[in-house]
Structures are given as C-alpha cells and as structure tokens.
Write a protein that binds this ligand. Structure first.
Ligand SMILES: Nc1ncnc2c1ncn2[C@@H]1O[C@H](COP(=O)(O)OP(=O)(O)O)[C@@H](O)[C@H]1O
Ligand SMILES: [Mg+2]
Length: 293
C-alpha cells in the first residue's frame, strides 16, 4: 500500500454530507460514500498531523469484520472495490482506493452499542467508583483489565459534540424502544463473541468495542466501522497482565505523547513529531496484518 497522507477530501461535483472526526461522507445516488482519511483524534480533538495509511488500515479492518459477521447481521457495505463504484466516482479512484466504502444510507440509531469483555476505560472508572458498569452490578474485587465472566452490553449516548455518556439498559429502551434495544444487545454480543474467538486464535484480546446500528428499509443493519483500532481496544494476549492498563494497538502512543505536553485538550491540537507518527502508523498496520495476514 502507498503511504501518502489524505487529511481532507474534496470531490468536486459530489455532495458532502458530513465531515466527521475521521471520515468524510458523501452522497452518491441512493448510497453514501464513506472515506476514511488519515486524520487522528485524541481527547475528541482532531490533530493537525495525520497518520499515513491509517484510513486504509481502518477500512480494510472493518471490511474484514463485516465479512466475518455477515451471517449474524446484515451490514451497510455495498462495494469497496473502486472498480465496482458508479461512474461518477471514476475521476477519484486514486483517492478512494482501499480507503472508502460505498454503503447503504441508513438512519443511525441514537445510541452506541458497546460490548465489554474486560474492565477498562470508562467501564473501569465507573466500577471503581460505584461497583457497576452502566448500572450493571459486578462482583467485588475486580482489578483494572480484569476479564469479565460474561461480556457486557454497555451502551452509550451518541453525542454530536464532546464525550459520549454511558447509559443503562433502561435508558436505552427509552431511546430506541424495548424490542429494538433487546435485538441490538443480542446482536452486539453475538458479533463481539464471534470476533473475540477469531482474534483469540491470532493472539489478540478484544477488550471492548463500539458498534453502530442503523435502520435501512425498516431493517436493523450494522453501519459505520467495525472492530477497528479506533472503535476497539485490542491487546496482545501474550503481554496481558490484569491489575493495570494494557498497551493497545491504537492511538495510545499519541495520547501518551500528548499527556507529556502542556496542552489543555481543546482546539487547536498540537502537531505530532515524526517518531510518534511513525510508531503509531506501524501499530495500526501491525493489527491489520495480524488480523488479515
Ligand atoms: N450506513 C450509514 N448510514 C448513515 N450514516 C452512517 C452510516 N455509516 C456511518 N454513518 C455515520 O457517518 C459518520 C462517520 O464519520 P466519523 O468520522 O466516524 O464521525 P464521528 O466524528 O461522529 O465519529 C458517523 O456519524 C456515522 O454515524
Ligand atoms: Mg466515528
């Protein structure tokens, strides 16, 4: 794969619907075109420096998992090979290759479906304070990064700005309805368990992951990205030691670097030095090759 950097796309003649933190979304006939750029965000701030190939890696990892789980739940992928894209996209093939997907345009549910197999991040924080995660009581005596007996469905709201907030299952029912909440929970747990087992055979622990669901022609489908280093915590099984935070195959290197600076975690974010960029890019590519290589 090439290693030029794409920070922002502009596709003249196409309607851009949204520029997310990482992805640029365009409307193409009845579908959406989702382009994963090389932007990286940390503490919800998009940094001025990109990570070469990150967008391609995220796209290829998502496609791998969409394919591995398509018998559990229909997903939004229509095409991911630029040769199969509609003619209007032909002028942009070079930008789009390996870093984009043509997808079904869904109506996203207003929750994030998070599944946790291990106690980490905001789950660990809540457990330490309250002994629960998203209102689910857990046994006493768990430590940071403990494996949970059963994976937990721990949804959150989807904040347009700022941080997502963890919610209980009751609150989830209030947002999407009971039947839908139960289906999302069951499917999310099914997808997580499938992926966990596949990753385990490759020496990777999937500590937790975030999925998004949408409605398409009245059906529930899986949208957005799936089981990528941006949406999940991947740990190396051989280095796993409960009782502390684990190294993960994501932008931890970026976060750790930023924490050494005197930066208040608001815009504008600082530039990243070359060695941090290189190490982070290598980390992303490593997880792609472990999973799919
Ligand atoms: N199939 C789909 N239909 C409609 N919206 C989608 C679909 N897949 C992903 N999205 C939306 O596209 C956006 C992707 O951009 P992203 O950079 O991840 O944004 P964010 O900064 O909100 O994380 C998200 O808002 C996601 O909900
Ligand atoms: Mg996102």
């Amino acid at each position: 794969m090439r290693s030029d950097i794409v920070l922002k796309t502009e596709l003249p003649g196409l309607k851009m619907l949204r520029r997310g933190k990482v992805r640029d979304v365009y409307e193409v006939q009845d579908n959406l075109l989702i382009i994963a750029t090389d932007r990286v965000s940390a503490f919800d701030v998009v940094l001025p420096t990109g990570i070469p190939n990150k967008g391609r890696t995220l796209t290829q990892v998502s496609l791998y998992w969409f394919n591995q789980t398509k018998d559990i739940i229909e997903n939004h992928v229509v095409a991911a090979d630029v040769e199969d894209y509609p003619k209007v996209l032909a002028p942009f093939k070079d930008i789009l290759r390996h870093r984009s997907m043509l997808v079904k345009k869904a109506e996203p549910l207003a929750i994030e479906a998070i599944v946790r197999g291990y106690l980490s991040g905001s789950g660990w924080k809540e457990y330490r304070k309250l002994g629960s995660v998203c209102g689910i009581r857990l046994p006493v005596g768990l430590v940071e990064s403990s494996k949970l007996t059963d994976p937990l469905f721990t949804p959150s709201t989807k904040a347009e700005e700022g941080h997502d907030v963890n919610i209980t299952f009751e609150e989830t029912i209030n947002i999407v309805g009971k039947e839908r909440a139960e289906r999302v929970r069951d499917i999310a747990l099914g997808v997580y368990s499938r992926a966990r087992d596949i990753a385990e055979r490759k020496g990777i622990i999937i500590a937790d992951t975030k999925m998004e669901f949408g409605l398409y022609q009245d059906k529930l489908i899986l949208i957005d990205e799936l089981l990528t280093p941006d949406s999940s915590r991947f740990w190396s099984a051989k280095d796993y030691k409960p009782g502390k935070g684990q190294d993960s195959f994501d932008k931890q290197i970026v976060r750790d670097y930023l924490l050494t600076l005197d930066w208040d975690q608001t815009y504008p974010g600082p530039e990243l030095p070359e060695d941090i960029v290189k190490k982070t890019a290598a980390r992303y590519e490593e997880i792609l090759s472990i999973l799919t290589g």
